[in-house]
Write a new protein. Structure first.
Length: 61
């Protein structure tokens, strides 16, 4: 199941709020990198606006 970081579907009173649009791709989070110790391995991830982020899948410290 996806990690969704949008606003809650419940109001402070406990009632369900009505959704006025669908979930956006930008509101979804990513799974943890779970970096292991060893010889360095990095992975490029595409970010919003076609930028890139570097994730360390294996690091030496």
């Amino acid at each position: 199941m996806a990690i969704w970081q949008g606003s809650s579907l419940r109001k402070p009173s406990g009632a369900r709020s009505r959704r006025n649009r669908n979930k956006r791709t930008a509101e979804f989070g990513r799974t943890p990198a779970d970096t292991r110790i060893g010889e360095e391995v990095k992975k490029e991830i595409i970010a919003r606006g076609n930028g890139t982020k570097t994730r360390a899948t294996v690091a030496n410290r």
